[in-house]
Design a protein around this ligand. Structure first.
Ligand code: S3P
Length: 434
């Protein structure tokens, strides 16, 4: 059980958050299927991205890692080898789903398995379009979950209208389409994070996104060449401290070099709409948009989140619920049924944790309604991550506002995306930014 601290004097200081998780995964994957050396700076050495690195090592890709710098010696996608053992995906949905797209077109067989939480998550959303539209052959359990066996096949170009708004499914389809015999068009349900498209073009592929931001054309068989990738700070990690800065009295925090890709900045839009005291300083960059964000405490207004808003804030919705719990009025989150199939059912786990804090929350099938209040009436001191990194960190941020130290069960889960989270929090508690 981890003791969670309170923050009676607020949080102060500047922080560079760890590298972006989505971009770190993709940098390892693209480096591994390209020819030549790829150097990744500010790589997120969290458990999930290390699962991706280990999977490619097991398929014969050589790499070196020194802290946050990773060098991948790629020999092209055709040089990947059949792994001697089934590949362990750990807790990582991104590793699993994106790898399915890469492995679907190889000339070998691969088995994938994961931890108890990952083995409950839906995988048919990837295997079905890969099989029915591109000609892949993937076996799952009868429940449509891991373990999976991927029997590599010759793939065919396709035209596919996506059924779910998911960057993981889209990316798997793009990876498979790159190996097909003819070009493919993939149409998204709603625009989702586009790191795969941006990075593939940087490595030499030809992926075009139409003006609607939803229609993606993939030209097959590109010559991919190793690159240098500077991974920006993860806005999904920065979001914990943006939330803390907004809700904990007397705080002022600066987060440096955070990724500001518009497909990811939903939390900034939410904070602005809620009336947060927030400034953004854009920084020059050759790659993904980047900037410093400063936030200070303010009284928040309630917010209404609808289906179209969800993809850009999907991983930050637990924090949106926490912000709403501190706002002056009633907020709602709807159209967020995807939360039910994350590392935990995040509608259920967020509702459970907020109720322990004495917040009035109504659970909906696709979201929740939250009554904000300035002072909580905590009725259970034992918070729980339920093994979900983002729920554990949300709990730790919520606990800063409590009138006494609370406890967190299963705190280790934070290492999935933010191994240094508690140290960074400590720094801001003793920080010195005026
Ligand atoms: C991710 C996409 C999102 C997100 C996940 C990372 C990615 O998942 O929740 O944390 O890197 O593509 P979905 O594609 O399931 O929405």
């Amino acid at each position: 059980m981890k003791k969670l601290v309170t923050a009676p004097y607020g949080l102060h200081g500047s922080l560079t958050v760890p590298g972006d998780k989505s971009i770190s995964h993709r940098a390892v994957m693209l480096g591994s299927i390209s020819k030549g050396k790829t150097v990744i700076h500010h790589f997120l050495a969290g458990d999930d991205c290390l699962s991706t690195l280990a999977a490619f090592n097991a398929m014969g890709v050589k790499s070196e890692r020194d802290g946050e710098t990773v060098i991948i010696y790629g020999n092209g996608i055709d040089a990947l080898k059949e792994p001697a053992q089934p590949l362990d995906m750990g807790n990582s949905g991104t590793t699993t789903r994106l790898l399915m797209g890469i492995l679907a077109g190889r000339d070998f067989e691969t088995r994938l398995f994961g931890d108890a939480s990952l083995q409950k998550r839906p995988m048919k959303r990837v295997s079905e379009p890969l099989s029915h539209f591109l000609g892949a052959r993937i076996e799952l359990t009868d429940n449509g979950t891991l373990p999976a066996t991927i029997y590599g096949q010759k793939l065919h170009g396709t035209h596919y209208q996506m059924q779910v708004a998911s960057a993981q499914v889209k990316s798997a389809l793009i990876f498979a389409a790159l190996q097909a015999d003819t070009p493919s068009t993939i149409i998204e349900k709603l625009p989702t994070r586009n790191h795969t498209e941006i990075m593939l073009n940087q490595f030499g592929a030809n992926i075009e996104t139409a003006a609607d931001q939803k229609t993606i054309r993939v030209m097959p068989k590109p010559e991919l060449t190793g690159q240098t990738v500077e991974v920006p700070g993860d806005i999904s990690s920065a979001a914990f401290f943006l939330t803390a800065g907004a809700i904990v009295a007397n705080s002022r925090i600066r987060l440096e070099r955070v990724n500001l890709n518009p497909t990811r900045t939903g939390i900034i839009t939410v904070l602005q709409k809620m009336g947060a005291d927030l400034q953004i300083e854009a920084l020059p960059t050759d790659g993904e948009p980047l900037g410093n964000i400063t936030i200070a405490t303010s009284q928040l207004k309630p917010i209404e989140i609808e289906a179209e808003d969800i993809p850009a804030v999907i991983d930050e919705l637990p924090l949106v619920a926490l912000l709403a719990a501190c706002a002056a009025g009633t907020s709602s989150i709807r159209g967020a049924e995807e939360l039910r199939v994350k590392e935990t059912d995040r509608i259920q786990t967020v509702v459970a944790e907020l109720r322990k804090l004495g917040v009035e929350v109504e659970e909906l099938t696709d979201g929740m309604i939250i009554k904000g209040r300035s002072q909580w009436a905590i009725n259970d001191d034992q918070l729980d991550s339920y093994g979900d990194h983002r729920i554990g960190m949300m709990d730790a941020i919520a606990a800063l506002k409590a009138d006494r130290p609370l406890q967190l069960a299963n705190a280790d889960a934070v290492s999935v995306s933010y191994p240094g989270f508690f140290q960074d929090l400590e720094r801001l508690l003793g920080g010195d930014l005026a």
